[in-house]
Design a protein around this ligand. Structure first.
Ligand code: GLN
Length: 539
């Protein structure tokens, strides 16, 4: 029988519910259970693809090309699994399928209602994941906050699921904020009490409460939460702010989360944390004990919100552990590099430059200046997707001599559209889910840096773009020293570029950051960081 764990959130959003969910999944997995995770996003968008990263954080892309919330990135990284579109349930998807069924006549004669039709559709989707993955445990993280109008059909559906599978097979974990009053340092439980009350009005009794707080919860705070929220004291888990998210599994396990959950769901435990999490402990040790420092600039456009580049930050964290190097990230707004000497001023003391993906004209010239600075000053540069495209534009302008070279995304009148719309994109006018999306094969040329880095001829990487290198210019680029070392299987799409005679100048049209894992960093990221370290050491 599949066990379900529903994780809800109270008081406010942004509590780190996703990290609690991922950590719990990882802990259960370490005890030998197969675990998968579903994220419920109660917004009306069908997927995250059309949302602004500046408001919602990065759009994560799965192998099958579904564009999802960044929490799914954490599930993949912590659980070491690969998810698919079914693992992200949004209000948009649910309503769309119910309305399509209604139009197809599947509910003939009936009045179609939120209960039972929407709630049934929600649970059908949860069961589909459970059945298809045959997981021992399915974690379901409810996005949003208890009390929101948007999330109520999902909570109602999980109340019904509880009734269906019974107490031994489903539990509710409620994550809330426990604020600490600055002046007296007192931990306040009232917000938790209120959000549990809100849960109860919809018929859900939490089995456990995870109290997110600046500091550890005092025993008296736990006692109070236990009393007012009707959960045993050992079911109140303290989750204080951690220096890094990789520490969270350890903290939650030490607080008794794993024991309580396994007991409640009658899952048998054989070993303790130390035995189960040996590799993780080593990773954590390497992560927390760097031996040297480097600085990497990320030249982006949504820099005020670090979450907009979550997977880049994670991929670099994985390299931090692998190389035992503290990577100081400097987030630079590309527009600031557009001023005269902007690049020189902001980049002169960095050891490496990373240019991530992006959309829209704002800040493009600043990114081009960053590429130019890296190329001419021999600073390691790693550019991804839009970054890859601006590397091509910079080369066309300053090496091939096409002054007005551009991507037709930014200047559709340019005489030299060295980056142009993918043929498959012509004629598409709808924006949702219509880019070139998901994992596709990339073939690497022997004898190139890319081949050496990956150590194999064929790789699979995830994509998310509409534009690409214009083949008409390919020969000219190659004649001037740019090597397209990775291409699509039909050789028509340039996927990786590198530059002859530069210590590290690499770009890729795909997004390697999505496949980086704590103990298995993305090869291109690792090679970049190694080049950055070498430069720092004057090698
Ligand atoms: N805007 C570019 C394109 O659509 C790059 C996309 C990206 O960086 N993800 O091709």
């Amino acid at each position: 029988m599949t066990k379900f764990i529903i994780i809800t959130g109270g008081v406010l959003s942004g509590l780190g519910k996703g990290v609690v969910t991922s950590s719990l999944g990882m802990l259960l997995k370490s005890h030998g259970f197969s675990v998968t995770a579903i994220k419920v996003d109660p917004y009306l968008n069908c997927d995250a693809g059309t949302m602004n990263p500046f408001e919602h954080g990065e759009v994560f892309v799965l192998n099958d090309g579904t564009e999802v919330d960044l929490d799914l990135g954490n599930y993949e990284r912590f659980l070491g699994i690969e998810l698919c579109g079914d693992d992200n349930i949004t209000t948009g998807k649910v309503y769309r399928s119910v309305i399509e069924k209604e139009r197809a006549g599947e509910y003939l004669g009936k009045t179609v209602q939120i209960i039972p039709h929407i709630t049934d559709e929600i649970n059908r989707r949860i069961w589909k994941v459970a059945d298809e993955t045959e997981s021992d445990v399915v974690l379901v993280e409810m996005g949003g906050t208890v009390g929101d109008i948007e999330s109520s059909p999902f909570l109602e559906a999980s109340r019904q699921l509880h009734m269906e599978v019974g107490d031994d097979n489903l539990m509710f974990i409620h994550t809330t904020l426990v604020p600490v009053m600055d002046v007296v340092g007192e931990q306040k439980t009232k917000p938790t009490q209120h959000s549990v009350k809100a849960l109860r009005t919809i018929g859900i009794e939490p089995d456990m409460i995870v109290g997110r707080s600046k500091v550890e919860l005092e025993p008296s705070t736990k006692r109070k939460i236990s009393l007012f929220c009707d959960v045993p004291q050992e079911a109140v888990i303290s989750s204080p702010n951690a220096d890094n998210i990789y520490r969270v599994p350890r903290i939650l396990d030490a607080e008794g989360l794993t024991d309580y959950v396994m007991d409640k769901l009658k899952l048998e435990k054989e070993n303790g944390f130390d035995e189960c999490m040996k590799d993780w402990k080593e990773f954590l040790h390497n992560y927390e004990n760097p031996e040297s420092d480097v600085t990497i600039a990320l030249v982006g456009k949504y820099c005020d919100l670090e979450d907009a580049y979550a997977s880049h930050v994670e991929a670099l964290s994985h390299c931090r552990a692998a190389t035992r190097t503290n990577i100081e990230m400097r987030f630079l707004e590309s527009e600031d590099l557009e001023e005269e000497d902007g690049a020189e001023k902001l980049l002169k003391d960095v050891d490496g430059i990373l240019i991530p993906g992006g959309f829209g004209t704002r800040g493009i010239e600043g990114k081009i200046n960053a590429v130019n600075y890296a190329r001419t000053n021999e600073i390691p540069l790693f550019s991804i997707c839009l970054g890859f495209q601006v590397s091509v534009v910079e080369f066309a302008r300053n090496v091939l001599g096409y002054e007005d070279a551009n991507s037709s995304e930014f200047d559709h009148k340019t005489k030299h559209p060295v980056i142009d719309l993918l043929p498959m994109q012509r004629g598409i006018d709808k924006m949702g889910g219509t880019m070139r999306l998901g994992a596709e094969k990339v073939v690497l040329d022997e004898g190139t840096k890319a081949f050496e880095i990956y150590g194999e001829e064929e790789i699979q990487e995830r994509h998310r773009h509409r534009y690409e290198v214009n083949l008409e210019y390919k020969d000219e680029f190659e004649e001037s020293g740019m090597i397209f070392s990775g291409k699509s299987s039909n050789k028509k799409r340039m996927e990786i570029l590198e530059l002859e005679g530069h210590p590290f100048f690499m770009g890729c049209q795909f997004h390697p950051e999505f496949k980086s894992r704590p103990m298995d960093p993305a090869p291109l990221f690792l090679a970049f960081v190694e080049a950055v370290i070498a430069r720092r050491n004057g090698e």
